[in-house]
Write a protein that binds this ligand. Structure first.
Ligand code: GLV
Ligand code: MN
Ligand code: MN
Length: 419
């Protein structure tokens, strides 16, 4: 017999309770830091696998460190609808970024099972492990593995301590040689849906609990190395210095002004390392990261050219050497139009026939990688003050519940469209 689905309020309460369980696992006590392949990631993966099993999914931790759960449809091994997000975090991150989407998928699977609803497709929930790309210079490596887009060079990438990704993966319990086999066959995933905190202020300003993502912005990331000449801070006259720090500072300001001059663009220097790093030494070398994004691929390419030209001019004028290594070059990714409409139908059913706000995403998501394999779409949840990548990240339980109820309704809409 088919029972009714839980209300939004019940789903919200369940989500917040589940997040408390999952977010006990951190690499830094007192903060939420869970980097790819860390001990806290392993513990969180085990917790997630257990929660999936309780929800009636057959679950395992895969070769790349993602947790995969599946409930079969009418034809064993047949195509699935996949609900996914990630359980890695930035350093000192928020409670919801990634984690909410995983918990939402698990709660949706559980609610469908408890209601006795039989879907015409398999249902999968996936908790990816490398969305933030904080520890290693990769790009969405765990979702790329499923999409069949894994770059084997990532296995040689090193973290700040010099650990190779492949070695960290083996220590985690993964298997570098098993990654290629994770690639799903075209057609085997009918749809990928990701529920995620907005990480921006638009829904709050417009008083909307949820929104549907139209596209994910293009993004480039690079490591920049500036080499000058170290010297004595008390004796080298200003006009004879080749200070790598002041040259790099000027470059960071140039990035800021280039981003401000391009439409809807952003640019960030998030890591800045000064060497040798002593009060009384003129800095000889600096390494910093650069992350810049915007909705248009063409605008991003123009920004890249402007950055290289301005940085080159600064380096030449200041007598320092410059090396820019681009390690992420992701094109803008439109979300699937039909799947956006299915989400729209789900939002309308969950919230009194209200048409959902549509908006682009400035943040990167695993849906970018999955869109190379299958139709992909995202549902955003209102974010208090738009603050994310911060311990202050927040949302209401009520909004989380509305979003999960809309996700459930969207899955049922896909089932209806199938029939
Ligand atoms: C991930 O959250 C990113 O957009 O950098
Ligand atoms: Mn995220
Ligand atoms: Mn994030």
């Amino acid at each position: 017999m088919i029972q009714s689905l839980p209300s939004a309020a019940v789903l919200g309460a369940r989500a917040f309770a589940a997040l408390q369980g999952l977010n006990r696992f951190t690499d830094e006590p007192g903060k939420l830091t869970r980097l790819y392949l860390s001990p806290a990631h392993r513990q969180a993966a085990e917790w997630t696998k257990g929660a999936m099993e309780v929800a009636g999914l057959t679950a395992f931790v895969d070769a790349a460190g993602s947790v995969q759960g599946r409930r079969e449809g009418p034809a064993p091994g047949g195509p699935c609808v996949m609900i996914g997000s990630h359980i890695d975090t930035v350093k000192d991150g928020g409670r919801f970024d990634g984690n909410l989407g995983v918990v939402a998928g698990i709660l949706a699977a559980q609610a469908l099972r408890d209601a006795g609803i039989v879907l015409p497709f398999a249902l999968e929930v996936v908790a990816f492990g490398d969305e933030e790309n904080v520890r290693f210079p990769t790009h969405l490596s765990t979702s790329c593995a499923l999409a069949g887009d894994y770059d084997p060079a990532w296995l040689e990438a090193r973290d700040a301590e010099g650990t190779r990704l492949a070695d960290a993966l083996v220590a985690f319990g993964g298997d570098p040689t098993g990654i290629a086999a994770l690639a799903r066959k075209p057609g085997s995933v009918k749809a990928y849906i990701e529920l995620h905190i907005e990480q921006g202020p638009v829904l709050e300003v417009e008083n909307e609990p949820v929104g549907i993502v139209t596209a994910i912005n293009a993004q480039r990331r690079a490591r920049v190395r500036v080499t000058g000449e170290a010297g004595h801070a008390g004796t080298v006259p200003m006009n004879l210095r080749r200070d790598a720090m002041t040259a790099s500072a000027e470059m960071a300001l140039a990035l800021e002004s280039i981003a401000a001059a391009h439409e809807q663009a952003v640019g960030t220097v998030g890591v800045f390392q000064v060497n040798p790093g002593a009060t009384n030494v003129v800095p000889g070398a600096v390494e910093f990261t650069m992350d810049f994004r915007c909705p248009s691929n063409e605008t991003l390419a123009a920004m890249d050219a402007a950055i290289r030209s301005r940085f080159g001019e600064i380096a030449a004028r200041r007598g320092v050497a410059l090396d820019i290594t681009l390690y992420t070059n992701a094109r803008a990714v439109p979300m699937d139009a039909d799947l956006q409409d299915s989400l729209g139908a789900g939002v309308a059913r969950a919230g009194g026939n209200h048409a959902a706000r549509r908006l682009p995403s400035g943040a990167a998501h695993d849906a970018m990688a999955m869109a190379a394999l299958c139709p992909a779409a995202m549902l955003f949840v209102r974010n208090e003050k738009g603050i994310s990548h911060s311990p202050l990240e927040n949302m209401t339980e009520a909004d989380a519940g509305i979003a999960i109820r809309a996700l459930l309704e969207a899955i049922l809409e896909l089932a209806r469209r199938e029939g």
